[in-house]
Design a protein. Structure first.
Length: 691
């Protein structure tokens, strides 16, 4: 069985089954035209394949393709803004009319009737179309391996794709899985899916024995079985009653884990909750180590932990004694290298110690450290994005003691050498072209908080905007269990991050922006739009446009049946329908456990779209005060200033290790670029083959 939506999203391919022939050229041309209306074109090989279908087979195939493409762009729902003839009705209405219409809606929920005016045909712009290629069954099945071979976390959407394969293929899934799964969170995800959907067999048992090694691995598997967060970053999971066979299986895995007590004590509260359904006392004789570890957690009988020892020595500046301790855990050494160097009397000794173990540090951690030490000092802003399913940002000014430039340069050299040495063991790449535009794209290091979107993007990446004057933002949602009001707004900031103005439900027009009207109830769905005249905004000194979604009635987006937002590139705002799928550039599902979301930012000076996909837990504060590092101002500055590893650096290191640089794509055997070869949107391949 092939999941066409998954195939399209991950590889821009559709499968065409073997046909019986008979479709006419006119029927094939009609199918191609229908797809083109959704900003996609079929490649010549794909057109040849659908030409071998019968008329009925083509009709069935096209129905599935159109269903997937309409949902992909947001055209699967009815878009009706408060002002049906947007933007003209807003432009022509006085402030008094806009105010009275809003008041009537708030009191009676009445919306303006559809306009009888015929809208002119869409004025086409220079819009880029997605090319869809044909895909085979083997190509589809090969999608699973790079996902589970990722060396960093998966997004919710990617995790759902993995579970789909396990649930659909069942016992046959083992032939699709790689020999090793490097990332522990993914091991737990797969283990949980195998237990739930494959059941008891030798393959599942062998997988558990090979991939569940530590007490924390056991905890993650238990959480995966209950649909919780295997990253262990969010709230405690509510465990339900387990069968005896499952309890014995988990206790057996815990019993053989090394240093089980210390590992359990790191997450004692979670283990206490799990123990309530595991009943380890029933099996104390059979699994004594497991029983002892859980008993220690229940009694809060914690041995001295590695973290407490490190923090004590850092506080007392016992750096000479600390470095051999950190060498036992190279990953922790890399994460604490910055603070260790700042507090060391002799930074060169610290770097000597780190250099000895740098080869044992994972590639994602080395890349993050490399980006930090190569960033200009002092940092304009220190921003922190906590691990977890909700993307949030905290920030402060950089008041740390400086590190000497030669020390930073040597730290960078150590990181680069360790990475190049590791990459040199991989297969050769031959002649390689690395597009300099990849400096603008971030390495996919942590995707667990990434939302489902039209294109797979990494937070902080900067994409070129189409050559157009007008942008139309859009939002669609449907009520949850009660009346739901979601508000779309666009905030304007200058180059110094000073707030200028906002177009929102309470300010429908101004500064070159126009809002389609506030809707406060959506039993059958509702849409809001904002038109932006980019030239007018630039003339008034606006550089950044921050798109904001606010759940005015307080429901988190995860409780809604559906909510999505995005933006269109329009050659003209008055022509075509209010929602035109062929002009949609990006669309993002909003499903986070928060009430406020900032999906993307537009840099009008550089004509770049900055992918944000961030959430706030309280109402946004627009005004930019020098000491008020919070709200939207913080989010914006964090996106612009936080140093993150970019794809150019990653691919350049690979070429230095196992290839040869050439100056053009035509000369290359391997191409790394935004629009050909391995692209920034192939995140699963990057994480599995280049990290």
């Amino acid at each position: 069985m092939i999941n066409q939506e998954l195939f399209l999203r991950r590889r821009s391919k559709f499968h065409v089954p073997t046909g019986t022939g008979g479709a006419t050229r006119a029927q094939v041309a009609s199918a191609v035209k229908e797809v083109t209306a959704l900003r996609c074109v079929l490649s010549e090989p794909l057109i040849e394949q659908i030409g071998m279908l019968s008329a009925e087979e083509l009709k069935s195939w096209l129905r599935e393709v159109i269903r997937v493409l309409r949902r992909r762009s947001g055209d699967h729902v009815h878009h009706r803004p408060f002002y049906p003839d947007f933007p003209n009705q807003v432009l022509e209405a006085s402030e008094a009319e806009l105010y009275l219409n809003a008041v009537l809606h708030y009191h009676s929920l009445r919306r303006l009737p559809p306009s009888e005016q015929v809208r002119p045909a869409l004025l086409d712009g220079n819009f880029i179309h997605w090319v869809i290629e044909p895909g085979s069954v083997s190509e589809f099945e090969s999608l699973l391996e790079p996902l589970v071979s990722s060396r960093t976390s998966l997004s919710d959407e990617e995790a759902a794709d993995v579970i789909w394969f396990v649930r659909t293929y069942k016992n046959d899934v083992f032939r699709l899985l790689p020999e090793t799964i490097p990332f522990r969170e993914i091991r737990a995800l797969v283990a949980g899916a195998l237990i739930l959907h494959v059941g008891d067999n030798a393959g599942v048992e062998a997988f558990l024995e090979q991939n569940v090694e530590t007490a924390t691995d056991v905890l993650r598997v238990a959480i995966a079985l209950h649909g919780g967060d295997v990253s262990l970053a969010t709230a405690l999971t509510r465990f339900s009653k387990m069968k005896r066979s499952m309890r014995r299986r988990l206790l057996h895995l815990l019993d053989r884990a090394p240093n089980a007590t210390e590992d359990v004590m790191r997450r004692a509260e979670r283990w206490k909750r799990l123990a309530e359904v595991l009943h380890p006392g029933d099996y104390a004789d059979k699994y004594p180590q497991a029983f002892a570890a859980i008993t220690a957690a229940r009694r809060n009988d914690a041995p001295a932990s590695f973290g407490s020892r490190v923090e004590t020595m850092l506080a007392q500046r016992q750096i000479a004694a600390l470095t051999p301790v950190l060498q036992d855990r190279p990953g922790e050494f890399a994460r604490r290298l910055d603070v260790t160097l700042r507090r060391a009397a002799d930074p060169s000794a610290v770097l000597d110690a780190f250099e000895a173990v740098a080869a044992q540090v994972s590639s994602p951690v080395l890349l993050q450290l490399l980006a930090q030490v190569q960033a200009p000092r002092p940092l304009p802003l220190r921003a922190f994005t906590p691990k977890g399913a909700l993307a949030k940002v905290f920030g402060t000014k950089d008041r740390r003691d400086p590190i000497a430039p030669p020390v930073l340069a040597r730290a960078a050299q150590i990181c680069e050498h360790a990475l190049i040495t590791r990459f040199a063991s991989l297969p050769p790449l031959g002649r390689c072209f690395v597009d300099s535009a990849l400096h603008e794209y971030r390495v996919p290091l942590a995707q667990r908080a990434a939302a489902k979107s039209l294109r797979t993007l990494v937070r902080g990446s900067r994409l070129p905007m189409p050559d157009t004057r007008f942008i139309r933002l859009f939002l669609w949602w449907k009520n949850g269990r009660e009346s739901t009001d979601i508000d779309l707004s666009a905030a304007f900031f200058d180059s110094d991050f000073v707030f200028q103005d906002v177009v929102a439900y309470y300010n429908l027009k101004g500064y070159g922006g126009y809002h389609s009207g506030d809707i406060v109830d959506a039993p059958k769905g509702a849409s809001e739009f904002i038109d932006l005249d980019l030239d007018a905004l630039v003339e008034k000194g606006v550089r950044y446009v921050v798109t904001s979604l606010n759940s005015f009635t307080g429901q988190p987006y995860c409780d809604l049946p559906e909510c999505f937002a995005g933006w269109m590139a329009r050659a003209d705002t008055a022509s075509g329908e209010v929602f035109e799928p062929r002009t949609v550039v990006d669309r993002i599902d909003i499903a986070s456990d928060t009430g406020i979301c900032l999906p993307f930012v537009m840099d009008l000076q550089e004509r770049r779209m900055i992918w944000a996909d961030l959430g706030l837990t309280s109402s946004p504060r627009w005004n930019n005060v020098s000491n008020n590092l919070s709200g939207v101002s913080l989010m914006l500055r964090a996106l612009v200033h936080t140093p993150r590893p970019n794809l150019y650096t990653l691919f350049d290191l690979h070429v230095r290790a196992r290839g040869e640089h050439v100056t053009s794509a035509q000369q290359a055997q391997t191409v790394f670029a935004p629009d050909q070869g391995l692209t920034p949107f192939d995140t699963d391949l990057i994480r599995s083959q280049f990290l």
